[in-house]
Design a protein around this ligand. Structure first.
Ligand code: GDD
Length: 346
């Protein structure tokens, strides 16, 4: 993260349901953490007055789409109203604070792909509804109070730091467990949902870019490619030496081992023909978002931003990390992609 030239830059990064305020003092190279909670506006107000940040990156939310169907009220409180509490805290603080809102491609819901800044939202979950509310409040504060506030409509952003219950990480960790012999199968939900998966560190660069412009605006951020969960599984496993063959339909779909790399043929627990992927209805959602694909023309034209890591590279980066984590030497192509930049596998 680059900081302002003033010498003492203050950034407020908010992740998870709790918020973490990070002050970065460039002179002393110190990082200071403060604790807060999006459901507690008096605490937010106090912290803003105390820290007086230059920029706020608001990434906090109850961010799991499936979970939002179980706790819709809480999701609305934190994800929707939490954003308003922060916007109000900024407005009342009297400080000039630039604000970044983590809007989500989930807001597009059923809208036909590719989706751009002009696509009309058709949210399909309590999470997506909450994000639409927050998105429009950011626009209202920008138009009504002149706040420098940007919505970054991010498509799925992945990395080895991704939470373990989100689909990409669940798959790469599942592969690692199967190869290490600690897990027999991977139970999945809807294999046919398509997502635009990109590499999170590149998207963080875009968040920062948005706040460095003369005027605040909204941008779609994605890779421009769309792939199914099924494809993610196939690529993940084949990179590590397992070719998957799909058998059956619907809830009876199974991913069986079709062939193994010469090295894996020596394994005592991996056998051609055995099912390692199965379906569990538990992971399906009451409403699904079938296909997301970003149209990033505006980001390209106005901010000259374009992601370098595509689907293939992303899978390799994540697989290498999770194999290393269980003590397996990874193929290494993902480690090479990251060398000297973005992310270290060590
Ligand atoms: N989590 C999960 N687990 N998803 C599964 C599974 C499974 O076992 N099987 C299939 N899927 C499908 C889901 O139904 C969904 O269509 C797709 O995989 C992606 O699911 P997630 O990885 O949970 O992400 P998401 O697309 O719902 O939402 C993520 O991306 C958004 C940006 O577009 C989250 O990070 C959101 O917070 C974020 O806004």
């Amino acid at each position: 993260m680059k900081c302002t030239a003033s010498g003492v830059a203050q950034v407020l990064l908010i992740r998870g349901e709790l918020i973490i305020f990070i002050q970065i003092h460039m002179i002393h190279r110190r990082l200071i953490l403060h604790y807060g909670d999006l459901s507690d506006s008096s605490n937010l107000n106090r912290l803003l007055v105390k820290i007086q940040p230059d920029e706020i990156y608001h990434l906090a939310a109850q961010s799991h789409v499936r979970v939002s169907f179980d706790i819709p009220e809480y999701t609305g409180n934190v994800t929707a109203l939490g954003t308003v509490r922060l916007l109000e805290a900024i407005r009342c603080s009297g400080h000039k604070i630039k604000f970044y809102q983590a809007s989500s491609s989930e807001m597009f819901g059923l809208a036909l792909a590719p989706q751009s800044e002009h696509t009309i939202f058709q949210p399909q979950s309590p999470y997506a509804c909450a994000k639409v509310y927050a998105h429009w409040m950011v626009r209202n504060y920008r138009d009504g109070y002149g706040l420098f506030a940007c919505n970054g409509i991010l498509f799925n952003h992945e990395s080895p730091r991704r939470g373990e219950t989100f689909v990409t990480r669940k798959i790469t960790r599942g592969l690692a467990g199967i190869l290490a012999g600690t897990q027999k199968k991977l139970y999945m939900g809807n294999l046919d949902a398509k997502r635009d998966w990109g590499f999170a560190p590149e998207y963080v660069e875009m968040m920062w870019l948005m706040l460095q412009q003369e005027k605040s605006d909204d941008y779609v951020v994605g890779s421009g490619e769309s792939h199914s969960v099924r494809e993610f599984i196939e690529k993940t496993f084949s990179y590590a030496g397992i070719n998957i063959l799909w058998r059956g339909k619907g809830l009876n779909t199974k991913g069986v081992i079709d062939s193994l790399s010469p090295k894996l043929k020596k394994s005592t627990f991996l056998k051609k023909g055995s099912a390692i992927i199965e379906i569990d209805r538990e992971y399906f959602r009451p409403n699904e978002v079938d296909c997301l694909q970003a149209d990033i023309a505006k980001a390209k034209k106005q901010l000259h931003w374009q992601p370098k890591v595509k689907f293939d590279g992303l899978v390799k980066i994540m697989v290498d990390y999770d194999l290393k984590a269980v003590g397996i030497i990874p193929p290494g192509e993902g480690v090479n992609i990251c060398k000297g930049k973005w992310f270290s596998h060590d």
